[in-house]
Design a binder for this molecule. Structure first.
Ligand code: AGP
Length: 606
């Protein structure tokens, strides 16, 4: 898996372009980076294991001095993060280079056949089979497109591949379930191929989003795309193209030391943007679908799953609908059997590319389910697979730990639950409009509070940095927020943390609480849970625990962070921001690369 960024220019590629493209794709993996450059009709490889920004001190990613190059930033899913496994990978002749994203599932079986045919493998990656496969087919067939089509038909899995074949001034691609976008510069002097749209900001103004199972050839003057199943050439006019219109501040840190803290500061605006991004006609349609469903599952993974958990409270109270939350990674095993006509799946994924979500959605569709997608990526596979989708208006999120996309996704789900409540006769349109007003007012309030919370979070983070572990606990609508807060501590601060329901904390977990094992608690919004909250605080004091309490109403003696008053539905957002800031500053206090935690990638596409 990884990020792909290739360029063909009329003259030499301007200095720094490929490096900048790869830097923007770093969220897709940072276990190695490399470049294939066409030089004097031969392929030159520059690559090393490690984070692009570290290895670029020894390897020149800036000065290409050639009109053709393709780069890659790697997430090591098959094969250790070492030089040999870093992309680009070469065929036996050294005439073909490949970079890839995703997983080729049948690579072992294909590799055996190719080895029998005399091919020599140098890496342990699955991607290397693609370059030898291509080489083998080119030996037999002279036509590149035919070879690409055979490859797409024979290699299974979800992957995207880009090939350079010396001495051609072209790039060849296969899109087999992993994203590929192709962008043109406004002056038509350069053409780009990349794993995402935001990486093209400032380089291309129009981009084609390539569909699944398409292959093709890219040159400066022609773009040929074929459907691998039918072999037919596609008409470019029918391919979804998009203007690349992200603002520069979206892809830069804007004066902040990390993307994560920048993105937390963007939470308030992202909430408002989400209310603006969701058009009423789509909200209405999605709500009608949910209201008319015989059963509703809500799925996502990681942070998006935690948004799903929170949304169950929204749907239950505002619309009287019981939605069943399931991790998209578990859905095929636990709930798929119960999917039938009349089932609705609310699929959540900020990237819209998470394979567990796409896989579950596809399986559910085969059984007759209707899909309502919620995503921050409008050109994503989730958006394409959904019958209707709601856009989350958070803007690109580059830090691996999700922050503003989580709070914006909560907003989108809140609006969906509220509108469904209108169909259910539990709310009026006036109630819904007031909710939108409330979100906007809340956004202004939370903006004022962020610097105050931030100051407290810096102090708290110092007491967390040497913790052996942390519990994050709450009850009611902030119980899922406790689980999400624990995930943020793991990612940003590399602290083992567990999210617990307050009552559950008393059924075993309390036994390891000690001064070195702090407990972060979020005051429950629900008054019925306050006696439990106070009882647990007392028990923690007895164990001399380091209690860090986030509160809004009660203001107990343990209160460390005071949040602004809000309605129950927005309290999960303010408490999330507090936990995000604590996790961020705990990571900073430990000197960690908070934007790019080790062993992770922003999107798990394999
Ligand atoms: C969030 O901080 C994590 N990086 C991760 O759990 C993430 O939420 C998960 O992989 C799902 O991603 P998605 O929303 O893009 O589908």
């Amino acid at each position: 898996m990884g990020g792909i960024f290739g360029v063909i220019c009329r003259d030499n590629i301007p200095a720094g372009v490929v490096f900048e493209g790869l830097r923007r794709l770093i969220y897709r993996g940072y276990d190695g980076a490399g470049l294939a450059i066409l030089r004097n009709e031969h392929i030159e490889i520059r690559k090393a294991a490690g984070h692009l920004l570290n290895i670029s001190k020894q390897i020149d990613f800036i000065n290409i001095n050639s009109p053709l190059a393709v780069g890659h930033t790697r997430y090591a899913s098959r094969g250790w993060p070492v030089y040999e496994n870093t992309h680009p990978l070469l065929d036996c002749s050294g005439r073909i280079a490949v970079v890839g994203d995703g997983i080729i599932e049948n690579y072992e079986e294909v590799k055996l056949k190719l080895e029998k045919a005399g091919h020599v493998f140098k890496s342990r990656t699955d991607t290397e089979v693609a370059v030898h496969f291509f080489e083998e087919h080119l030996r037999k067939k002279s036509d590149m497109i035919e070879a690409l089509i055979s490859l797409a038909l024979e290699l299974s899995g979800n992957y995207a591949l880009v090939f350079m074949v010396a001495p051609e001034k072209k790039l060849y691609f296969v899109q087999h379930g992993q994203p590929i976008v192709i962008g043109m510069s406004p002056d038509k002097n350069c053409i780009y191929v990349s794993s995402d749209l935001p990486s093209l900001y400032g380089f291309a103004d129009v981009a084609y989003i390539i569909d699944d199972n398409n292959v093709g050839a890219i040159s400066l003057d022609t773009l040929e795309i074929y459907n691998a199943s039918t072999g037919q050439k596609l008409d470019l006019a029918n391919i979804q193209s998009k203007r690349v219109k992200y603002m520069v501040e979206y892809v830069e840190k804007g004066g902040y030391p990390h993307f994560m803290i920048k993105e937390i500061h963007e939470v308030p605006d992202a909430l408002i943007n989400t209310t603006l991004a969701i058009m009423e006609k789509y909200l209405r349609l999605s709500s009608m679908i949910v209201h008319g469903a015989r059963k509703v599952f809500i799925i996502g993974t990681g942070t998006s799953y935690h948004a799903a958990l929170t949304a169950t409270y929204y749907f239950s109270e505002l619309a009287g609908v019981s939605v069943i939350p399931v991790s998209a990674a578990e859905f095929p095993y636990s709930m798929l059997e119960n999917v039938e006509t009349g089932t609705v799946i609310i699929g959540i994924s900020q990237s819209g590319e998470t394979s567990d979500v796409i896989n579950s959605v596809k399986l559910a569709k085969q059984r007759g389910a209707v899909i309502v997608g919620v995503t921050n990526n409008v050109g994503s596979r989730l958006a394409l697979e959904s019958n209707v989708y709601l856009p989350v208006g958070a803007g690109p999120e580059l830090a691996v730990p999700a922050t503003k996309t989580f709070t914006s996704t909560l907003t989108a789900l809140l609006l969906l639950a509220s509108y469904t409540g209108i169909f259910a006769g539990k709310r009026t349109m006036q109630d819904h409009k007031l909710l939108i007003e409330e979100i906007r007012e809340f956004s202004r309030k939370i903006k004022e509070y962020i610097p105050i919370i931030e100051e407290k979070a810096v102090g708290i983070s110092n007491s967390l940095k040497n913790a052996t572990g942390v519990y994050v606990a709450s009850s009611g609508i902030t119980y899922p927020i406790a689980i999400e807060g624990a995930l943020k501590l793991k990612e940003a601060a590399l602290i083992h943390a567990e999210g617990y329901q307050l009552g559950e904390l008393r059924h075993g977990p309390l036994s390891i609480v000690a001064p070195s094992y702090p407990v972060l608690v979020i005051e429950p919004f629900e008054e019925q849970a306050h006696p439990l909250f106070l009882k647990v605080l007392g028990e923690l004091e007895t164990r001399r625990a380091n209690v860090i309490s986030i509160e809004s109403k009660l203001k107990t003696k343990y209160c460390s962070i005071e949040l602004p008053r809000s309605s129950k539905y927005l309290y999960p957002i303010s408490s999330s921001v507090a936990l995000q800031l604590i996790a961020y500053y705990a990571g900073v206090a430990k000197g960690l690369p908070v934007d790019t935690p080790p062993g992770l990638a922003k999107t798990v596409t394999t």
